[in-house]
Design a binder for this molecule. Structure first.
Ligand SMILES: [Zn+2]
Ligand SMILES: [Zn+2]
Length: 290
């Protein structure tokens, strides 16, 4: 009997142990899956950054300009007439100056006409309404619109007429910048990416400043790498400027001129980054060879 009880206890214990083992197995299986998934995501990010680092210039400028090029294409092909994008450019009365010039340069005539026709037909009634109210106030002798409560009420109404939100293209450009800077900071944990990064021109100052926004500890390794690189880059420019100014001295002005003469160009490029999309040297080479 006692034996039976012992047997039955040990059997139930066995089941519990087995259950516990099953739970722990499935836990470790799910941890394994998570680790594999994390690793897969990390490898994808690495691949993306490796490709960017093979291009000339600042990798974040490159990615953002490249994405913007694709956005232009889709915008003029179809999305100029789609939902939230339309509201955004209507409320902003179009785009920022820089991107308005691009719209003017790149957009098909029909699309440009449709965009500005929509903006005007949505905004004009609001402007007309405001004008009516101001006229009514003036005609009813409420000249006090220039002072006191009435003044504030009119101001509020006029505020609504001003552009709100942001430029569609600035917004998407900034989203790519931010995402690319973050990805770079993450994958700089990998020694092979650090090696590759060390052989490039690194970030422009504009994107270096963006990297400084990522203060979380997961980015600290990447941030250290970027900061180290940036210090070395500015030191090299400082050295070249010293050389340039040395050669402006009459005692050394007969020395042959070299790379130091174009330091100002490299400095400006370092500070401002690449404003225009660059051609893809690697791809061009492939297409010529192919
Ligand atoms: Zn840049
Ligand atoms: Zn813009």
């Amino acid at each position: 009997m006692g034996l039976k009880i012992t047997d039955s206890v040990s059997a139930s214990e066995k089941i519990e142990v087995k259950n516990a083992a099953t739970v722990s197995n499935s836990k470790s299986a799910s941890q394994n899956r998570n680790a594999k998934e994390k690793n897969r995501i990390f490898e994808t990010k690495k691949w993306e950054i490796e490709n960017l680092l093979k291009q000339e210039g600042c990798p974040v400028c490159w990615a953002s300009n490249d994405q913007l090029e694709r956005n232009w294409f889709w915008f003029f092909s179809e999305s100029y007439g789609e939902g939230s994008g339309v509201s955004q450019y209507i409320n902003f009365y179009g785009f920022c100056e820089k991107h308005t010039l691009e719209v003017a340069k790149r957009g098909p005539e029909y699309v440009k006409s449709a965009i500005y026709h929509w903006i005007i037909s949505h905004k004009l009634p609001q402007l007309e309404q405001a004008l009516r109210e101001i006229n009514e106030n003036a005609n009813s002798g409420k000249i006090s619109i220039i002072s006191g409560l009435e003044h504030r009420r009119v101001n509020k109404k006029l505020d609504v007429l001003k552009p709100s939100g942001s430029c569609l293209f600035c917004e998407s450009y900034e989203a790519t910048e931010r995402r690319t800077v973050e990805t770079l900071l993450v994958v700089l944990q990998a020694p092979e990416i650090r090696d590759l990064y060390g052989k490039t021109e690194g970030l422009c100052m504009k994107h270096f400043f963006k990297a400084l926004d990522f203060t979380d500890s997961q980015y600290s390794c990447g941030l250290r790498e970027i900061l180290t690189f940036q210090v070395a880059k500015l030191k090299a420019l400082e050295h070249d400027f010293d050389e340039y100014f040395r050669k402006t001295d009459y005692r050394f002005s007969k020395e042959p001129k070299g790379n130091e003469q174009t330091t100002w160009m490299r400095a400006i490029r370092t500070f401002i980054g690449d404003l225009e999309p660059k051609s893809k040297p690697n791809e061009n080479r492939t297409s010529h060879e192919g």
